[in-house]
Design a protein. Structure first.
Ligand SMILES: Cc1cc2nc3c(=O)[nH]c(=O)nc-3n(C[C@H](O)[C@H](O)[C@H](O)COP(=O)(O)OP(=O)(O)OC[C@H]3O[C@@H](n4cnc5c(N)ncnc54)[C@H](O)[C@@H]3O)c2cc1C
Length: 388
């Protein structure tokens, strides 16, 4: 019985370094996260100890060069790290995704040398936590219509507006925020905690990603020093490139959540007896398990190929979009089927499945909803935009 499926021998395609990276994160998840994550989720509390430990583990910005505090790893390694973290919990993978793809990536890609030196080593080490502000109360799937604005005041920019549904916001030291200038051009800014007029209230009562903190970013005449603007990007392309990197990590991450559901259901089905037999001996349960392992295998092949393309800088945003959509839907279906295999026990916090299932309800919505990703593929294959 193999609890971590590798039906198509994808391990043969990984390097020794890939396997070492995966193993070190897997060990951390098994020893440090799994024993406590259900309690934190039930209490709707963020396990703050993870931030420094993920930094030590090299899970923040693993593909950022070593001179800025990163590990200089390839994107397949980044994917494997996300997969292992999400085997533990999507909240924890979300924290690593935001820090890596939505905060470190834009500072590294669009930032000045000073910004890179000032923020990246601390972010990589987990001494600083970041947030990413794109979504607004009135603009989610359509961020191009954002209302948050900066006005050039000569020595500084004046920032006004609000962002909503922002991972890490109440506990973040900095936030990469997207706002329009007076000409309507989207610009990226680095906002620091404590700036006058800036608040980050928490969003309460989530039924999903309960071990991650979500909140708002509210800007009321905040004076932003000019050196805090990201100099090397203008337009919606900036946040979209960040989302592309994060979506890539999600496509890998959710495979981890699906594997955790599958291995839990397989083990349970072999141990649980009804009608004097293990439930794994019933054809209906075998059908579920066989379909689950098939879907996980297909998703594993998609992300492995996507990783090799991204390592050559050839992965197209449309390919990443398809992988994110397909794999999140796969993981949600796996979670739902696995939960049924456990019967009543499937809803208990003694097992991780219900937690994964609730988490995945956020993952299917953030970083582009399932519908929006369908429209992206639709546009790609027909040439006709159906967004409006
Ligand atoms: C837990 C959590 C954490 C998050 N973290 C962050 C973060 O750190 N930073 C950040 O900026 N954002 C974050 N988000 C926000 C997330 O990215 C948005 O929720 C997402 O983009 C969808 O926007 P919306 O919720 O406003 O939904 P809407 O855009 O209002 O969509 C509602 C529904 O309408 C559908 N829809 C919209 N447009 C179309 C269309 N053209 N055609 C067909 N259907 C359409 C959608 O698919 C969806 O089903 C987070 C969200 C959650 C739940």
């Amino acid at each position: 019985m193999k609890l971590t499926p590798d039906y198509f021998q994808i391990d043969d395609l990984l390097s020794e370094e890939h396997k070492l990276v995966r193993q070190s994160v897997r060990d951390w998840v098994d020893s440090r996260l799994k024993p406590v994550i259900d309690d934190y989720s039930q209490r709707h509390e963020f396990p703050s100890f993870i931030v420094k430990e993920l930094g030590k583990l090299g899970a923040f910005g693993p593909y950022i060069p070593e001179e800025y505090g990163g590990a200089g790893l390839d994107h397949t390694s980044y994917g494997l790290i996300m997969q292992e973290l999400e085997r533990g919990d999507s909240s924890i993978r979300s924290v690593a995704s935001v820090q890596s793809s939505l905060v470190m990536y834009p500072i590294y890609t669009f930032g000045s040398e000073n910004q890179k030196k000032k923020y990246l080593p601390q972010l990589a080490a987990g001494e600083m936590l970041g947030a990413f502000g794109l979504t607004e109360p009135n603009h989610g799937s359509d961020p191009g219509s954002m209302e948050t604005k900066i006005i050039d005041k000569g020595d500084y920019y004046l920032l006004n507006g609000a962002k909503m549904w922002i991972t890490n916001s109440p506990i973040a030291d900095i936030a990469v925020v997207w706002a329009k200038d007076e000409e309507g051009i989207v610009r990226g800014l680095i906002i620091e905690k404590g700036m006058e007029g800036f608040t980050a209230p928490e969003t309460h009562n989530k039924w999903s990603l309960r071990a991650s903190v979500t909140g708002e970013l509210v800007f009321d005449n905040v004076k932003i020093p000019k050196e805090n603007i990201l100099p090397n990007i203008q337009g919606l392309k900036g946040p979209m490139m960040c989302l592309n990197s994060a979506r890539y990590g999600i496509a890998w991450g959710v495979v981890g959540a699906a594997i955790d559901c599958y291995s839990t259901a397989l083990q349970y089905s072999l141990e649980r007896k009804q009608f004097d037999k293990p439930i794994a001996s019933f054809q209906l349960q075998q059908k579920k398990l066989a379909e689950i392992v098939t879907e996980i295998t297909k998703a594993q092949l998609v992300v492995w190929r996507l990783g090799t393309l991204r390592d050559k800088d050839q992965a197209k945003p449309t390919q990443i979009s398809m992988a994110k959509r397909n794999n999140v839907e796969m993981a949600l279906n796996v979670a739902r089927e696995s939960r049924q295999i456990l019967g009543a026990m499937g809803i208990s916090g003694d097992f991780p499945i219900m937690r994964h299932m609730m988490n995945l309800e956020s993952v299917v919505t953030y970083e582009g909803t399932h519908d929006v990703h369908l429209l992206i593929t639709g546009l790609d294959i027909t040439g006709i935009p159906a967004f409006k």
